[in-house]
Ligand binder design. Structure first.
Ligand SMILES: Nc1ncnc2c1ncn2[C@@H]1O[C@H](COP(=O)(O)OP(=O)(O)O)[C@@H](O)[C@H]1O
Ligand SMILES: [Mg+2]
Length: 647
């Protein structure tokens, strides 16, 4: 390395260049150049002779790590053993219920008489609760519903002129092979399609859908999407308070939640965290959350029985039947129902792939109506056969008429008198109902609760979520403390020499070690909350974007402030940086702003990225850009022109 003339010492007039030396570390007396090897030797104690020794060390480390990982994966298990144990929130009531549980069991063993007694009162309670469940009064009809999506350059029709209606007290089963378009139909009817073209008439009492349609309908997704850290009671109350009409007093909503919890037989586990529940209980919570909102129109369910054993499936469907009997209108897709299950339904809407209806009508005693329809067309149902299975099998296999032509069940349905009857019925409902129900609700709003209530409720829930997921908070504190200590004590009590001045810059720069870890923790958290919001809570109009973003930002603030204080204390004073209050205060302010920025940065990246893959691809880009272009590595004026004007 050639020494720059300005770095030669001593400097001054009349100095003999022969006795000038280089100020770089590793320089020999009087030399104007420094060899690279000498520089590395003095500054970092690197020598060429270490090359192969270091190579061996790296290999040895790799082997060591692999061995440790192998042993650890074999012997240590981080999964909670014996899954399925309920996790209760820490509260007085929860503790009490856990304590009471064994004594309850003893009671059952002690005598049958008491239990039969309690079941009688339970039945009575249930009757009362069912009476209170809001019953739908309106009739929902749909006519010629079509749904087309852009697909591989062309278009694909997923629903083809589907007709039908849902009346209060009537339970409609939506059956069809996998991929027939059952979920698509439910999503379309509940106005949840975000892409594609929907056409056809969907009317409530013969009138177009009001702004509050979406919150007036309950929709139970196939996947139970919940905030896993909430308890059952909290989940239901959240839904009740934000989705029931704003005029209803809060206490009344909470009393209503009590009833729903009793009705769903969730009383004993009401304080258990949703994430710890079993499949059936989760399904009950999903239904409960929708019921808590008092859906005044309709209840949609997408495969509520999938994944359940036949007992649980039966108990869910029986529960739905009770709801229907109490006056709720229910449309429910059902996959491979047993004959006992299908008997519980009043009507069947059967779909063929492509969204073609091939039957919509009553089930009848033991499926007699369905059997009759197919028998009239020459296909006999064997006695004791499951009706649902029968129609699916019939639709799937080609049937030949006596004259040899094949029956196309879709065309057959369109031409059938049954279809004409359905269309006539829809027309009749439309003209009937539109005359009766004229008092329209002008002030219907999209969301039931005002924005302020949405925001406070959600912020509260989010704080609870953070609190119950302490690893997230610990993680952040841990990073702040460890990096603070490392940074502060590595550069312990910096002085004023040239080297120390450089170290001052470097110690400030080292705060950049923090963002990657924190952003990586923020991203999944935000992503899950966003998914929950987009998948369920926005479509059912629980809260809007303002509440969502505000709550996400606010919930990050306390932990950011606490960790910034810790980091700053552990770093700033040990490093011996200026202690006068204006300098120290300014650095503290900047540190705090930086911590606040890190969280919102992660959320920002997450919010615009369409998927997790995109996030993991853009994150390194941001981190690298961030460390290279902040002015420490290279100042703005020294930056190559290529970067200077756009970075
Ligand atoms: N947005 C979409 N774009 C293209 N095809 C879709 C879209 N949504 C659903 N489909 C297709 O439509 C068919 C019906 O899907 P779905 O309604 O989920 O069936 P299922 O009756 O099993 O609930 C499937 O073949 C599915 O691949
Ligand atoms: Mg489906």
């Amino acid at each position: 390395m050639e020494c720059a003339p300005s770095q030669l010492v001593p400097q001054g007039p009349g100095i003999d260049p022969a006795f000038q030396g280089c100020a770089l570390t590793g320089a020999q007396p009087n030399a104007q150049t420094v060899s690279g090897a000498a520089y590395l030797q003095t500054t970092f104690e690197y020598t060429r002779s270490n090359l192969w020794r270091n190579w061996a060390v790296v290999i040895a480390f790799a082997v060591l790590y692999i061995l440790v990982t192998m042993v650890a994966t074999e012997t240590i298990s981080f999964a909670s053993s014996g899954g399925g144990a309920l996790v209760f929130k820490k509260s007085k009531r929860a503790k009490k219920s856990v304590k009471q549980a064994p004594s309850d069991e003893e009671k059952v063993v002690a005598g049958e008489s008491t239990s039969s007694n309690t079941s009688a009162t339970a039945a009575q309670n249930e009757e009362e609760a069912l009476d209170q469940i809001s019953s739908s009064e309106s009739v929902f009809t749909w006519e010629n519903v079509e749904y087309t999506v852009p697909y591989q350059g062309g278009e694909r029709k997923l629903l083809n002129k589907v007709n039908g209606y849902a009346k209060p007290g009537v339970m409609v089963a939506l059956v069809g092979a996998s991929g027939a378009g059952k979920s698509t139909l439910l999503n379309t009817l509940s106005q949840r399609q975000t892409m594609g073209v929907v056409s056809g008439d969907m009317l409530v009492d013969g009138k177009g859908l009001a702004r509050d349609f979406q919150r007036g309908t309950g929709f139970c997704e196939q996947m139970d999407v919940h905030d896993g850290t909430a308890t059952i009671r909290e989940a239901l109350e959240f839904s009740a308070i934000l989705r029931q009409d704003n005029k209803i007093p809060r206490q009344e909503k909470i009393d209503y939640v009590d009833k729903i919890i009793d009705l769903l037989e969730l009383h004993d586990v009401q304080d258990a965290l949703v994430s710890s529940l079993g499949v059936e209980q989760k399904k009950r919570v999903t239904i409960g959350v929708e019921l808590a909102a008092k859906p005044s129109l309709l209840l949609f369910l997408d495969e509520p029985t999938s994944g359940l054993d036949s007992n649980s499936a039966y108990s869910i469907v029986r529960f739905l039947k009770k709801l229907a009997a109490a006056g709720q209108a229910i449309v429910c897709t059902i996959h491979q129902p047993s004959s006992v299950l299908i008997q519980q339904f009043d009507m069947i809407l059967a779909l063929n792939p492509g969204g073609n209806t091939f039957y919509f009508g009553p089930v009848g005693q033991n499926g007699s109506e369905v059997i009759k329809y197919f028998a009239d067309r020459g296909v006999q149902c064997p006695p004791n056969k499951n009706v649902a299975e029968f129609i699916l099998e019939t639709a799937a296999k080609p049937v030949k008429r006596k004259d040899g032509s094949r029956i196309n069940w879709n065309d057959e349905w369109v031409k059938s008198p049954n279809n004409a009857e359905v269309i006539k019925e829809i027309g009749r409902i439309k003209s009937d109902r539109s005359q009766k129900a004229l008092q329209s609700n002008d002030e219907a709003t999209e969301f039931a609760a005002p924005v302020w209530l949405q925001t406070t409720m959600l912020t509260k829930r989010l704080f609870t979520q953070y609190w119950r997921d302490p690893s997230y908070l610990y993680g952040k504190l841990f990073v702040a403390i460890i990096i603070g200590i490392f940074n502060g004590f590595t550069f312990y009590m910096l002085g004023n020499s040239i080297g120390d001045m450089q170290n001052r810059m470097f110690t400030a720069f080292l705060i950049l070690l923090i963002p990657p870890t924190i952003v990586n923790a923020v991203v999944p958290k935000f992503y899950n909350n966003m998914a929950l919001w987009q998948a369920r809570e926005l479509p059912s109009r629980i809260y809007g974007w303002f509440a969502f973003t505000t709550a996400q930002v606010v919930a990050e603030i306390p932990i950011a402030i606490v960790s910034s204080i810790l980091y700053w204390l552990l770093w700033y004073y040990p490093a011996g940086l200026p202690t006068d209050s204006s300098t120290a205060g300014y650095v503290f302010l900047m540190t705090m702003l930086f911590f606040l920025f890190i969280s919102s940065w992660g959320q920002w990246i997450c919010a615009f990225a369409p998927s997790f893959t995109v996030i993991s691809n853009v994150l390194p880009f941001f981190f690298v850009m961030f460390s290279l272009f902040n002015g420490v590595v290279k100042s703005y004026s020294e930056m190559p022109v290529f970067w200077r004007y756009w970075m």
